[in-house]
Design a binder for this molecule. Structure first.
Ligand SMILES: [Fe+2]
Length: 413
């Protein structure tokens, strides 16, 4: 979202972006759910619309006329305070409503939203809820791309989401090294005047021990060395839960790599493996095992944020045209916009954390259990989300997001 535009213009731009992202998809593509974590594209288009209707339009107009009552059951995701919902693993069964019905709902909600934003311009709570809805839709744009990649990867034809996506530039990254930090107190959390999510607050102090942090991301080539060194067969490298996952699920390579370790599935279809590009689609367990194999560890989220504050926000983001991690050209440190980086920090509330009031308090806070924090954003993250304080979170066995590895070491290690 551009800060110099009006709320209504920003709203329309965000909504239009979702429609544009779906342009390469046929209606059949938008219905499939390939696993419980990955929602159909049609469901994403509908759910973000539900968010505006439920949390903005109905909140400010008691007489608001819902487009369809059933949609509030079908497209509520996890907001128990907002009413009952259709089961998440069954979203792929929703052949009805039709995609055209969902687009008609979007147009109706858009007309109402633009009218509301104009009629009641300047009301702080309206602006807050509308902006949250816009950032919510931006997060779902990222999910839409990660989820459709998974859908297509399960199809034996390996269709491309967009065969015209250009390949990232080829470049040989700098030698892997560690930037040393003395440690001490550091400030953590959002500090800007712009939007942030509740889980980025309050800003507070953390205490860091002296450490080193990787000067770039781990590459496909380096990860392939781990595989060829029998990394997946050596139990001493793995956390107990990770070793169980490796054996039960027969993991022996990143999610989208071919069996011969020479190619990978991308949003542009199958492509030769770029040994210089960051490895991605690995679980926390795999990232942790790789780090142990490399005589290192993963950074804490506080070490990561402290280091990332010195770095420019640049990278291969959703808006840049090629939706695939790119090599670290010109010594880039790759903190932002290539792959989400696993940290060793459990996803937990900051001291003094206060979730949003009401049903919107379910947005982030209730997930602060049993998940790991990831940082940095990926090549399909919205540009206006990528900042040092941005946090996301996944279960340690998740692999379908663009998830990669940066190493860290204790001082003297
Ligand atoms: Fe959502």
């Amino acid at each position: 979202m551009k800060p110099d535009s009006s709320l209504g213009e920003n709203y329309s731009r965000v909504r239009q972006r979702s429609v544009e992202l779906c342009a390469p998809l046929a209606p059949e593509d938008t219905v499939v759910q390939s696993m419980p974590d990955a929602s159909p594209a049609k469901w994403h288009l509908a759910h973000v619309t539900w968010f505006f209707e439920r949390f903005v339009l109905e909140h400010f107009d008691a007489d608001y006329d819902r487009f369809d009552d059933d949609y509030h059951f079908l497209f509520n995701s996890y907001y128990y305070s907002a009413g009952p919902m259709h089961a998440r693993p069954k979203r792929g069964l929703l052949t009805r409503p039709l995609l055209d019905d969902v687009y008609a709902w979007r147009r109706r909600v858009d007309e109402a939203m633009v009218a509301l934003l104009e009629a009641r311009a300047g009301e702080p709570e309206l602006a807050e809820r509308a902006v949250l809805g816009m950032h919510h839709e931006r997060q779902h744009q990222e999910l839409l791309l990660t989820d459709i990649k998974h859908v297509f990867s399960r199809n034996p034809l390996l269709p491309a989401f967009d065969a015209a996506l250009p390949a990232p530039p080829a470049a040989e990254p700098a030698a892997l090294g560690f930037v040393q930090y003395d440690g001490g107190r550091c400030a953590i959390g959002a500090d800007g005047p712009g939007f942030c999510f509740d889980n980025e607050l309050p800003r507070h102090e953390a205490l860091l021990a002296a450490h080193g942090i990787g000067n770039r991301l781990i590459t496909n080539g380096e990860y392939r060395d781990f595989i060829r060194d029998s990394g997946y067969a050596e139990p001493s490298l793995w956390l107990s839960d990770g070793w169980v996952a490796v054996n039960e699920r027969q993991w022996n390579r990143p999610l989208y790599w071919s069996e011969d370790l020479e190619s990978e599935f991308t949003l542009a279809g199958r492509r030769d493996l770029d040994v210089h590009a960051p490895v991605c689609h690995v679980s926390y367990y795999e990232a942790d095992a790789f780090a142990r194999w490399a005589g290192s560890r993963l950074p804490t989220e506080f070490e990561w944020e402290s280091a990332a504050r010195d770095e420019p926000v640049e990278g291969n983001l959703m808006e840049s045209g090629y939706r695939h991690p790119a090599p670290a050209a010109g010594g880039a440190t790759q903190y932002f916009g290539d792959v989400w980086e696993w940290t060793s920090s459990a996803y937990a509330p900051y001291p003094g954390f206060a979730p949003l009031a009401g049903a919107l308090g379910e947005y982030n806070g209730k997930f602060m259990c049993n998940q790991m924090t990831v940082r940095g954003g990926s090549c399909v993250t919205a540009r206006d989300h990528v900042r040092p304080s941005y946090r996301s979170f996944f279960y340690p066995d998740a692999r379908w997001q663009f998830l990669g590895i940066r190493l860290a070491r204790d001082a003297g290690a």
